[in-house]
Design a protein around this ligand. Structure first.
Ligand code: OSB
Ligand code: MG
Length: 370
């Protein structure tokens, strides 16, 4: 395929409720939708999941647009790209900026699967027709409010609950939640809010039968996580620290975690996600697919990845209505009563982008090719 047209849509969508983590609160999701058209007139869609500011990783919407416009587009303009992997090889000289690269690569995967007339999940080697859904619940202003939210999502059918923690909102909260829900699969995510000197917090959390503790320590750390994992029995799952297959290999060698959360944006795309998935399968590290409050477009890639065989835990893939009043795809992503999402079987990402609705949320359109 040759990319005849490439457009970025910078969009802003209100969240139904603000989402608070240890690194901040967001009220509206700003994101970048990628649209590519090839020489046969096929359209591919992707999403760049960076945030408005450099809080989860260093990337922002503006750095991503800069990298796509000033580096990626000049590298791919007019080039024959027979497979998304070719794209990865072309943009390899760009160090970092994983979300920018991933958003374009995703659009190429959608195109590639559409040209093969196959659903994305089967192009990737997926093995299931439904994926398990968990819900990630932000920090609330009171424990009662959190308990209400948990009850609401469990009623909808979600299969496990993840709660965000930070110093001062951790053991006390988990203790109350466990009292109300002794058997619900429960895990916590610190988004890097602690240091090794807080290890007593994690020692205490060991008492509550958590599925895992996600990214307790520094966002770039592997060594201290390896120390912490030796001190506690609850599995450590890494998110922020794993930005590439290299990091996954180092984490394995060091013993920094026993579970990995794969987010395609964070690791630089679908190819790198597949490499990490396959490596983890070989060495016996189970994985699951994380989320970045994606619109229905980015969500399609999460769903496809969650069909891979070494995905062994429920994913941070919730229905469209958990995040937004309306989604920009049709059909919206909906939860089955058994807490799963059905994997679409139409070619490519398997959902239609509602272009009128996309335009409604567009703050700026950036035409880069032709
Ligand atoms: O750490 O997993 C995270 C959202 C934004 C940034 C980081 C994270 C999250 C979530 C939400 O936990 C997961 C979702 O999309 O449902
Ligand atoms: Mg996380």
């Amino acid at each position: 395929m040759i990319i005849k047209s490439l457009e970025l849509y910078r969009i802003a969508v209100e969240l139904k409720e603000p989402f608070t983590t240890s690194f901040g609160t967001i009220w509206r999701r700003e994101t970048v939708v990628v649209k590519v058209v090839d020489e046969n007139g096929n359209t591919g869609w992707g999403e760049i999941v960076s945030g408005s500011g450099p809080w989860y990783t260093y990337e922002t919407i503006d750095t991503a647009i800069h990298i796509v416009k000033d580096y990626i587009v000049p590298m791919i303009r007019g080039r024959e790209i027979d497979h998304p992997k070719t794209f990865c090889d072309i943009v390899k000289p760009i160090r970092g900026h994983n979300m920018a690269k991933a958003g374009i690569e995703m659009a190429l995967w959608d195109l590639y699967a559409k040209e093969l007339n196959m659903p994305l999940y089967s192009v990737l080697g997926g093995v299931r027709s439904r994926v398990e859904c968990g819900v990630s619940i932000g920090i609330k202003s009171s424990i009662d409010e959190l308990l209400k939210a948990i009850e609401y999502y469990l009623d909808q059918g979600y299969r496990r609950v993840k709660i965000k923690i930070k110093p001062g909102w951790d053991v006390n909260v988990v203790c109350r939640v466990r009292r109300e829900y002794p058997n619900t699969p429960l895990q916590v995510d610190a988004n890097a809010a602690y240091t090794l000197s807080d290890y007593r917090v994690f020692k205490s959390l060991d008492e509550y039968n958590l599925e895992m503790i996600e990214q307790p320590l520094h966002y770039d750390d592997l060594v201290d996580h390896a120390v912490l994992q030796r001190l506690i029995k609850t599995p450590i799952c890494l998110d922020e620290s794993i930005k590439s297959i290299n990091d996954a290999k180092s984490a394995y060698k060091l013993g920094s975690c026993t579970i990995i959360n794969i987010k395609p944006g964070r690791v630089g795309g679908i190819m790198e996600s597949l490499r990490i998935h396959d490596f983890c399968m070989t060495v016996g590290i189970p994985v699951w697919i994380g989320g970045m409050l994606e619109t229905g477009i980015g969500r399609a890639f999460l769903v496809a990845l969650a069909t891979l065989p070494n995905v062994k835990y429920p994913n941070d893939i919730s229905a469209s209505n958990r995040y937004y009043v309306e989604d920009i795809v049709e059909p919206p992503w909906t939860l089955n009563s058994d807490g799963t999402i059905t994997v679409p079987t139409k070619p490519g990402i398997g959902v239609e982008v509602l272009e009128d609705r996309l335009r409604k949320y567009t703050v700026k359109t950036i035409k880069l090719i032709p």
